[in-house]
Design a protein around this ligand. Structure first.
Ligand code: PLP
Length: 360
């Protein structure tokens, strides 16, 4: 069931598809749309200008600081979203005889594997049965292990990245900047910007130098990691405005205390939500085993699923929008991104209690 196009003023959106921006970030962006750093509007900032190069380098430096990116990795700004990376990763990283291992944990990892399978041999693994020591004899050499750190649609998350005999390739679109990253086995990380990093249009790719130089000759230049790294992500016009918003969002995260502060908030909020669900005596039914519950997108159902439309309708009347689950999975879902205000979370908690009181 589709909600309105956006939560109205005074309402709160819990949509999984886009993270809210904090008011300070919105103010900074609104101001810069008229005039930025004493000059013209950022909306028409030429990508060829010195000012843009500075903006881009500051954005990359903030990402390196916040994510703890070690030397030996390139920070690339691309377009096409995480979905384009589903294909671009195999096209850029796999030799003609290589296979890609894909961890199958839910909706987005399956989408990634299906797209990769159009371009390469894919070996599917389950998270509870990773046996890297024994790939079957007819399996081509595995070049990397792909995983989705947070399954946005299923409410399922890796509590920590698994040890891997192959370089990890991780889709962090929905939990980037909410958890510390262990770079030991990490070969490549990618994320769309609209959930954790600002607005649509920008895709972040962080790739280890050793993985460059392997792209198939047919890969378009603007989608070739090696060519992009050589051109400092300015092979053609980058998404200037989306990079500006990411710069502002990263500044806000730094002022809050960086990723440790974001991780703490994510843990506190999601624990509060799960506690409320678990304490409901079965009225609310969280769908995921506690060890694998997402700190970003808790998913749940009602003991009586026939009440779901009423839950959504009354939530909207209380100013709480976009709580429906992913269209393929149904049920209910709360998305708690870095920009989600405290007021939204406490209003949701009150609503959960009130709805159970009236219908339990
Ligand atoms: C939203 C999402 C995607 C898709 O992102 P697009 O920008 O629409 O391509 C991919 N993976 C995960 C984990 C997501 O949450």
């Amino acid at each position: 069931m589709a909600g309105p196009s956006a939560a109205p003023a005074g309402g709160h959106s819990f949509s999984a598809a886009a993270g809210p921006l904090p008011p300070e970030v919105v103010d900074e962006v609104a101001q810069a749309c008229r005039s930025w750093r004493g000059g013209g509007p950022v909306l028409s900032l030429p990508f060829t200008s010195e000012a843009f190069r500075e903006l881009q380098h500051e954005t990359q430096a903030r990402l390196r600081r916040l994510l703890g990116i070690p030397p030996g990795y390139q920070v690339l700004f691309m377009q096409g979203g995480a979905s384009a990376q589903f294909a671009l990763v195999p096209l850029n990283l796999l030799g003609p005889d290589d296979a890609a291992a894909h961890m199958d944990t839910g909706h987005w990892s399956r989408r990634a594997a299906a797209e990769a399978a159009r371009h390469a041999r894919v070996v599917s693994l389950r998270h509870d049965a990773l046996d890297p020591s024994a790939p079957s004899p007819d399996t081509a050499p595995v070049a990397y292990l792909h995983l989705t750190s947070n399954e946005t649609a299923d409410g399922w998350q890796w509590p920590r990245l698994p040890a891997s005999p192959w370089p990890l390739v991780v889709d962090m679109s929905s939990d980037l900047l909410t958890r510390e990253i262990d770079w030991t086995d990490l070969g490549l990380l990618y994320a769309s910007a609209q959930k954790a990093l600002g607005v649509p249009g920008l895709t972040l790719v962080v790739v280890r130098d050793e993985l460059l130089g392997r792209a198939r000759p047919s890969v378009p230049g603007v989608m070739n990691y090696t060519a992009l790294a050589a051109a400092d992500s300015r092979l053609n016009t980058p998404p200037v405005f989306a990079i500006f918003v990411a710069h502002a969002m990263l500044g806000w995260i730094e002022r809050q205390g960086g990723v440790p502060a974001m991780a703490h908030t994510a843990a506190r909020r999601s624990e509060a939500v799960y506690q409320a669900l678990d304490a409901s005596g079965g009225f609310y039914r969280p769908g995921v085993d506690p060890a694998w519950r997402s700190r970003i997108n808790p998913c749940f159902g009602l003991a009586d699923p026939a009440l779901t439309p009423r839950f959504l309708e009354q939530a909207r009347a209380a100013g709480l929008f976009d709580l429906q689950g992913h269209p393929d999975l149904g049920g209910l879902r709360v998305s708690l991104y870095n920009g989600t205000p405290e007021a939204a979370v406490s209003a949701l908690m009150s609503f959960l209690r009130a709805f159970q009181r009236n219908h339990g």
